[in-house]
Structure formats: C-alpha cells, structure tokens
Ligand binder design. Sequence first.
Ligand SMILES: [Zn+2]
Length: 215
Amino acid sequence: MAASDTQARTSWETLIGQTAPALAPIREGAILSGQGADDVPVRVSSLEYKGYIEMWDTRTGALNLCPQWFWWQAAKLQQADGTLMYTRTNPHIAPNYGEDLVCPLNPLAPSYADIAGMGFKPCRKRHIPNQAAVEAHVLHSHGRAHTAMATRRSEQHRAEDRALQVEAVRSQQEFMRVLMAQIVGAPAQAAGPPPPKRSHQRGGNSRPRESGPGG
Ligand SMILES: [Zn+2]
C-alpha cells in the first residue's frame, strides 16, 4: 500500500515537472502585462501576499499601501487637474527632506566619532527634516543613548564652567599682583607724609589740653 502511494506520488510529481516548464516562473520585480486591452501592467513587488498593493503618489512620489479590494477605485482617483493621483510604478520623485539631518548614532553623522566609543548600536536613520525631529527620534528610539549623551553634555558644560572660573580667579590674582607691585613700588611718597601730620595734630591737641588746665 505504502509503496504504491509513493509510486503514485512520484508519477504525479513527474507529470507536474513535465508540464511546469511551459509556465514561466513569476519572480519579484517582474512586470506582468495584462491579458485584455484595458488591463493595467502589474509589477510583482513580493511573492508573499500581504493584501496590499504599492501605489505611488504621482505628485510627491510618496508610497502608499493600498488595500487590494480598494485598488480598482484608487486607480481611478484624479488630481484637481484631471491627471491620475496614483501610479503602480515608482516615479522616483526625490522627497523633500528639509534639513536632511542624520541620527547622531548613524556612522554618517559628523559627531559620530564622539559617540562611537560609548557602546551603542549604530542607527541607520537619516533624512530627518529638522533638529527637533532628531531629538524626538533619539529620545524615543535610543533612550539609554539619550541619557548618556545628556549626561556627557552636562559634564562638558560643568568642565567649561570650571575652566572659566579658574581663568577668572587667575586673572583676578594677576590683577591684584600688579596692583600690589605698584603700591609696594612707591612707599616713600604714599606712606611718608601722613605720620608727621598725625604727630603734629596729636601734639597740637595735647598742648591746648595741657595749657587749658594750666591757664
Ligand atoms: Zn537613530
């Protein structure tokens, strides 16, 4: 029984093998031309069926995944000027990336060398339109890296502040040293006259007191 089963299966597979070469195998990326006159050529994007069809916006080039059941309607949608809204073939329109920044963990980032030694996995994110979006991406996608970078930044600020303070104290000390050198350099003029005046005043004061009681 088992032997005849196997025999039947192999003969069936042999039959398929004989007829199959007549059908061209479908490959990803192939463009299937329609059978009828009004059929649209279809590009095979993936052999794994997902229930969605790739459609590109004819103006922006943005990719949309259209549900299979909606395709027949989406294909008829028109722009205001009457041209079709979507196309099944990628128009390769370069999108507007704004400032076109990269994630700081991307090896393409100019400051990557500073972060490379911190042990975080490199990130491929790029085409980020502005700095706020970069920070949002780092915060949400690289939480630990975000904390580590913030810590490092505050440490750098603290070191800069300390260096500024040291510099301020040093320049103050230098100023005081110059000032002291000037004072010490001219002692005879500055300190000479006052003592005789004081002694004269004291002498002047003492004499009337002595003469007061005496007179
Ligand atoms: Zn990233």
